[in-house]
Design a protein around this ligand. Structure first.
Ligand SMILES: C[S@@+](CC[C@H](N)C(=O)[O-])C[C@H]1O[C@@H](n2cnc3c(N)ncnc32)[C@H](O)[C@@H]1O
Length: 278
């Protein structure tokens, strides 16, 4: 059994299941469920991604960049990275008490991001099987391209492949585990001609080993950057805490932060062609 599958089977049933909120017409249920466990990884990842984008722009001498977000959901990374908003701003905007969801909300959502000035020097292409979430992010202009696909189960179509071409950086938060080396390889292959970097956060105890190996096949070196390790979210229950700590210990992963803080952390992996990583 590969490392990803071994982790899955050892925490299966104990890991909190957010999936009912993934594919709704509106993101409110997603934000409500994630705020309840203080899901914070996109917020903590934002300054790390910004540093990586700045390094990339310097190395490649580019200003406009195209980002592919694997597991883009409702366009949360795009919303954070294309505005000066933080995740609390999004939680507050989406979780105002009362009010039913209607066409008026859609107009309000659009105005909300418009008023915060979506920067257009960072273009986003999102990949996620949750078609309603992807449609929402597309409709609001957070994503320029939305690919609704489970690339664990199938390859990209020619049209989707074209839409992912010429990317600069592939990013991901909260998705490694659902997406494995299969998805990363399909996505990378579509854009391999422009040799994008890959920057991904993998929640503990999910392994990045097979993804790094797949990216090695495209000539990329992968580094685990310990100083970029970030909080993902709180443990949902003692049973989840136990299952995750047991698996981490079996895998020889250092769990001091999890034991001390009550939060599950995510490791940051950066892949780039040899000699390009700063
Ligand atoms: C915890 S959410 C993370 C969303 C967002 N990146 C964030 O950090 O807020 C996990 C996302 O992974 C998506 N997902 C599930 N299976 C996937 C797959 N095979 N490929 C890509 N995304 C997948 C879900 O639909 C969901 O949007």
């Amino acid at each position: 059994m590969g490392p990803a599958r071994a982790v899955h089977s050892s925490i299966q049933g104990a890991k909190y299941d957010f999936t009912v909120a993934y594919n709704r017409r509106w993101p409110h249920a997603y934000f409500r469920a994630h705020l309840a466990l203080d899901y914070i990884i996109p917020d903590r990842a934002k300054p790390v991604f910004e540093k990586i984008f700045a390094d990339y722009r310097r190395v490649r001498n580019k200003t406009k960049i195209k980002i592919i977000d694997i597991g883009c959901s409702y366009g949360i990374n795009a919303a954070l990275l294309r505005t000066d908003l933080n995740l609390d701003d999004l939680y507050a905007a989406y979780l105002r008490p009362g009010g039913s969801l209607s066409r008026r909300d859609e107009i309000e959502h659009r105005a909300f991001f418009h008023n915060h000035g979506l920067r257009d020097d960072i273009q986003f292409a999102g990949v996620d099987p949750s078609f309603r979430a992807v449609r929402y992010a597309r409709d609001l202009g957070l994503l320029d391209v939305g690919i609704t696909a489970d690339l664990e189960a199938r390859d990209l179509t020619d049209k989707e492949r074209c839409a992912l071409a010429d990317a600069d950086i592939v990013i991901s938060t909260g998705c490694v585990g659902y997406a494995t080396e299969r998805t990363f390889a399909h996505v990378y292959k579509a854009s391999a001609a422009s040799r994008p970097w890959v920057a991904a956060f993998a929640m503990h105890p999910f392994s990045y080993e097979n993804i790094a190996a797949a990216l090695r096949g495209f000539g990329l070196e992968t580094r685990l950057v310990n100083r970029f390790r970030q909080r993902q979210r709180r443990f949902s229950a003692p049973t989840e805490r136990q299952a995750i700590l047991t698996t981490m210990s079996k895998l020889g992963m250092e769990d001091r932060l999890e034991r001390t803080t009550g939060y599950i952390y995510a490791s940051c992996y950066i892949s780039a062609p040899p000699g390009e990583m700063l």
